[in-house]
Design a protein around this ligand. Structure first.
Ligand code: ATP
Ligand code: FE2
Length: 323
């Protein structure tokens, strides 16, 4: 059984085929000429490269072996989601195979569980648009805590842009931070939730050298994420932590989570780079386990959902845990 998966919720148009293991993965990322990602321009980019990316993913595959087409149904940018969904529907109809609508956040989690070999983790999902702490309980990925305003990646990217740095700012901030000593910036954790816009504004206004501001931004934001992750670990009684989403590429964030996990006797997992940010493999793999659980959707009922939440998905492919 082989599944074609197409991802294109925001910056990366990416397609993959997943069988027993990953068979192919091809991507064509959109880089905005200046400023942040404009939804319509990103969608035009996706439409322009889609045929090439999907063809490359299917190059060494016998189309007769494709038994389903999965696509990222949301959350994400409306025009991007619609472009990918239209392509996925056409391919599914042409191949006469089922269509699988995949939640992008859940796909980040599932490719992480699969490739890291962890079982039942507390997940820190830190990306551009999303920052959530999740855990599986009663047939769903429950959101234990999340950002109340913007995603951590967006906060980093917007701060970077205010300093004239190109998009995405996350990796550049990481480099500056390595050379700086952290300034104090506002720390906002409310219950199990986080907020990053106050921190971002304070960083924008801070007059200290950029290396020190970047170091302060990272230390503060990551400590907030680690605090909420640690509390979720304690409350849930789980003993694994999985880091996913584009911000998970950051070495300092990994180091801070590893230290917390070691102190608590928990195991820490992070997927290899090609699976951590947006990629087609996570959609193809999640599509595969959803198809095996019978979670397909009819074409006429396959509308996209730009605000699709992780806990809206009924997770039929995992055995239930908890009370
Ligand atoms: P989602 O739809 O899940 O929110 P996304 O479109 O934001 O996904 P991802 O690839 O998951 O895409 O994450 C991209 C974000 O990751 C960007 O904000 C980018 O700045 C950030 N990022 C990438 N590398 C690093 C890094 N080394 N340190 C910090 N942030 C990083
Ligand atoms: Fe993502």
């Amino acid at each position: 059984r082989q599944i074609l998966g197409i991802e294109g919720t925001a910056w990366n148009l990416s397609a993959a085929v997943f069988g027993e293991e990953l068979i192919s993965l091809h991507s064509n990322p959109y880089s905005p000429p200046n400023g942040g990602i404009h939804p319509r321009e990103a969608a035009q980019h996706h439409a322009a490269v889609l045929k090439d990316v999907v063809s490359k993913a299917l190059l060494d595959v016998d189309l007769k072996d494709i038994s389903g087409v999965a696509f990222s149904q949301g959350p994400g940018l409306g025009p991007c989601l619609r472009t990918v969904a239209t392509a996925a529907r056409s391919i599914a109809i042409a191949l006469n195979v089922p269509l699988i609508g995949v939640n992008h956040c859940v796909a980040h989690v599932e490719i992480g569980r699969h490739t890291c070999g962890c079982d039942d983790p507390i997940v820190l999902y830190a990306s551009g648009a999303n920052t959530q702490v999740l855990g599986f309980l009663k047939s769903r990925y429950r959101i234990f805590g999340e950002t109340l305003d913007i995603g951590l990646g967006n906060a980093l990217d917007k701060f970077a842009r205010s300093r004239g740095l190109p998009h995405p700012g996350g990796p550049l901030i990481e480099n500056y931070a390595k050379k700086g000593s952290p300034v104090n910036l506002p720390y906002t954790v409310k219950g199990m939730d986080l907020a990053f816009s106050g921190l971002m504004s304070a960083a924008k206004d801070c007059k200290a050298p950029i290396e020190d501001v970047c170091a302060g931004f990272q230390e503060t934001a990551f400590a907030m994420c680690v605090e909420v992750t640690e509390r979720a670990l304690a409350h849930s009684g789980k003993n694994e932590v999985l880091l996913v989403g584009g911000v998970g590429a950051n070495e300092r964030l990994r180091e801070m989570l590893l230290v917390m996990c070691e102190e608590r006797g928990a195991e820490f997992f992070v997927p290899e780079k090609k699976f951590i940010g947006d990629n087609g493999a996570m959609i193809a793999y999640t599509g595969k386990i959803m198809l095996e659980a019978g979670q397909t959707i009819p074409v006429e009922n396959s509308g996209v959902n730009p605000s699709y939440r992780s806990d809206d998905v009924s997770v039929l492919w995992r055995r239930d845990t908890g009370d």
